[in-house]
Design a protein around this ligand. Structure first.
Ligand code: NAI
Length: 326
């Protein structure tokens, strides 16, 4: 039996947590032969709810669940964690300005970044889900000077998966047949889902769909505003699909993608003219527990416009939180 992997999850009592933890414990994320220890962080007032979730986890009798810890202290939650999924964040309340939201989250993610820096396994893989995910990931990364910035990522995988489904429906082909989709930028309505390089059974998706108006007027707005559409329809935000995307993101980073492209929000290395360090969605290939940006893609005028729009938004968010980083 392999040694258990310590997986820290924040916001463990929340909606996404409830869809996420059971799948991690069942082995869907790290593998059906990989025991896990769940280290659950939530606010003091949510500790009773976390206990309830732990009771249910116990009642599943998951063979791979080797232990659980519940705490309101990030230093405890991140101790020796090899994977950290940062879901808990401050939601936008009524009348709250964007700047206030960024600052409230800045306070959370500086503390959590420092706790990861001081206590996590030196190779910890960090995924930030809590919104604004890219900027929260940036703050955590900057608050953890002893860890490699590449260990910090933001979740764009939900946008990627949403785009895959829309393309499959439009093309009348199964989702599994689609390769080489890219999503650029911020996890926000400005993200740019780009199917110019995508293929289905070797055929180019752009030529197959051959409908630029659909791309601009239907596809991009549908993917960009999907979260709002789900809240409108369900009365609650997209928790199960977000949890699913988190599982996909860590699964692929951990196990590799066999040459397939996936989208991750990662600190830019300057590729495609995106300023170095900006936490930006890129098409990547994962291998040996690491990722690398797919290189050499031609960027046309429409794409550059969209990529710059989402870059500008991220730079504005970064400028708003810079004072918090000292
Ligand atoms: P939720 O409100 O149901 O749960 C959030 C949980 O986080 C609560 O239990 C809360 O007590 C906890 N929490 C708040 N501050 C915390 C802190 N400082 N430390 C630890 N725990 C803390 O929200 P839900 O639906 O689970 O969503 C969580 C986050 O994920 C939100 O920010 C949401 O916007 C974001 N999200 C991101 C997506 C993405 O694609 N990146 C997709 C969907 C949601």
């Amino acid at each position: 039996m392999k040694a258990p992997v310590r997986v820290a999850v924040t916001g463990a009592a929340g909606q996404i947590g409830y869809s996420l933890l059971f799948r991690i414990a069942s082995g869907e994320m790290l593998g059906k032969d990989q025991p896990v220890i769940l280290q659950l962080l939530d606010l003091p007032q949510a500790q009773t709810a976390v206990k309830g979730v732990m009771m249910e986890l116990e009642d599943c009798a998951f063979p791979l669940l080797a232990g659980m810890v519940a705490t309101d202290d990030p230093n405890v939650a991140f101790k020796d964690a090899q994977v950290a999924i940062l879901v808990g964040a401050r939601p936008r309340s009524k009348g709250m300005e964007r700047k206030d939201l960024l600052e409230a989250n800045g306070a959370i993610f500086t503390v959590q970044g420092k706790a990861l820096n001081d206590h996590a396994d030196r190779k910890v893989k960090v995924l930030v889900v809590g919104n604004p995910a890219n900027t929260n990931a940036y703050i955590a990364m900057k608050s953890a000077p002893d860890l490699n910035p590449r260990q910090f990522t933001a979740m764009l995988r939900l946008d990627h998966n949403r785009a895959l489904s829309q393309i499959a429906a439009k093309a009348g082909k199964p989702v599994a047949a689609i390769r080489q989709l890219a999503v650029w930028g911020n996890h926000s309505p400005t993200m740019y889902a780009d199917y110019r390089f995508a293929t289905i059974d070797g055929q180019n998706v752009k030529s197959l769909i051959n409908d630029e108006a659909w791309n601009r007027d239907v596809f991009l707005p549908t993917v960009g505003k999907r979260g709002a559409a789900i809240i409108e329809a369900r009365g609650l935000s997209s928790a199960a699909s977000a949890a699913n995307a988190a599982i996909d993101h860590i699964h692929d980073w951990w196990h590799g993608t066999n040459g397939e492209w996936v989208t991750m929000g990662i600190p830019s290395d300057g590729s495609y003219g995106i300023p170095e360090g900006l936490m930006y969605g890129f098409p990547v290939v994962c291998e040996n527990g690491d990722y690398k940006i797919v290189q050499g893609l031609a960027i046309d005028e429409f794409s550059r416009e969209r990529m710059t729009l989402t870059q500008n938004e991220l730079e504005e968010e970064r400028a708003a939180i810079l004072p918090l980083l000292g």
